[in-house]
Design a protein around this ligand. Structure first.
Ligand code: TXA
Ligand code: MG
Length: 323
């Protein structure tokens, strides 16, 4: 059920009292605290089990508030904010004095975004300040795209959950560093590189070229319980059946164009051919195969267009070496 006005009022009270509110955004659900309350921000890290050196995103109600949180807004940031906010784009800028170091993991830069979700915007507008919010999952695991995912995963750790229905975009925001001469994508996400570059009018920095790193992007992230292996699209069926014969409970991400739909496996997800639909479903698919008791997921990387790179980034990390 979608949050009501009185839910928003209650959530604002929780934030003002230093509590934690889970909020829907168009990308994933966030675990929010008052950005200017260091004790509340510290609690986010405890509840998530996240190392305190991993910076958070400050969410604000509209682009006009950006200047309140940063030292300066370079022309690229201004342009991208005007064009893509509210939306799945996060801008990294120089930190203003309003942002406590607890929220940036000690960095002199800060990540800011205006989410495109009516419930998030109602909360941010009523609250008036900034809300720091990482994805509302335990550190390293699959991000939540429904209020139920949050409740199941964080339980008593969160004081209030605002339900805004399933997330439309389904993968996290694209993070763009705008502190250098040329904007650089630090994490692919809900806005495609080609759309950003079309607005900027020139190419962004090549992937990996920026000296800025995104702290907290460990090799293993977005990981379901089941192991994930990535193979070429035309090897998915064969790989899954081999693993099944050796006794694994195999879940399969069957590529959209795969003709062989009669794959013998414990559970099968037929991935959508549209990258937008695939991104929307991705975390739910991973959770569903866990729910069905799979111990191995065989998948392949999607095409590199639209939200394809964001999906590929999450799948690579889901398949990354576990601690
Ligand atoms: O879509 C999203 O971005 C979601 C929703 C809730 O807004 N939030 C999200 O937060 O994905 P989180 O904490 O799971 O990921 C934020 C990423 C982290 O990898 C962090 O390292 C990076 O943003 N980040 C935050 N501040 C940064 C900074 N100053 N410089 C570089 N990276 C930064
Ligand atoms: Mg996260």
């Amino acid at each position: 059920m979608t949050a009501t006005d009185s839910d928003i009022e209650k959530a604002v009270g929780v934030l003002r009292a230093g509590g934690l509110v889970a909020l829907p955004t168009e990308t994933v659900y966030g675990l929010g605290a008052d950005a200017e309350n260091p004790a509340a921000v510290a609690r986010i890290f405890r509840v998530k089990g996240r190392p305190p050196s991993h910076p958070l995103i400050v969410h604000i109600a509209d682009a006009a508030q950006l200047d309140d949180w940063v030292q300066e807004v370079p022309p690229a940031a201004r342009l991208l904010a005007e064009r893509f906010w509210p939306g799945p784009l996060t801008l990294v800028l120089r930190r203003g004095p309003r942002v406590p170091l607890e929220a940036t993991g000690g960095l002199e830069t800060v990540a800011v975004r205006v989410p495109d979700h009516p419930v998030a915007l109602a909360l941010l507008t009523a609250f008036g300040g900034g809300v720091t919010a990482p994805s509302a999952n335990r550190f390293g695991s699959v991000s939540p795209t429904t209020a139920d995912h949050v409740r199941t995963e964080l339980g008593e750790g969160v004081d209030f959950v605002l339900d805004g229905g399933p997330c439309e975009v389904g993968v996290e925001s694209t993070i763009v560093d705008t502190t250098g001469d040329v904007p650089a994508i630090l994490r692919p996400g809900g806005v495609a590189r080609e759309d950003l570059e079309a607005v900027w009018g020139r190419p962004f920095a090549a992937p990996g070229a920026s000296p800025v790193r995104v702290p907290g992007q460990h090799p293993s992230h977005y990981a379901p319980r089941a192991r994930v292996v990535l193979v070429e699209p035309d090897k998915v069926v064969q790989e899954a059946e081999l693993a099944r014969e050796s006794g694994r409970r195999v879940g399969v991400f069957l590529p959209a164009d795969c003709a062989d739909t009669a794959v013998r496996a414990h559970a099968v997800v037929r991935v959508p051919g549209s990258m937008t639909a695939y991104a929307r479903g991705l975390y739910g698919f991973l959770r569903e195969l866990d729910r069905q008791g799979c111990d191995l997921i065989v998948a392949s990387l999607p095409v590199e267009e639209g939200l394809g790179p964001a999906i590929a980034n999450r799948l690579r990390r889901a398949a990354g070496p576990r601690p």
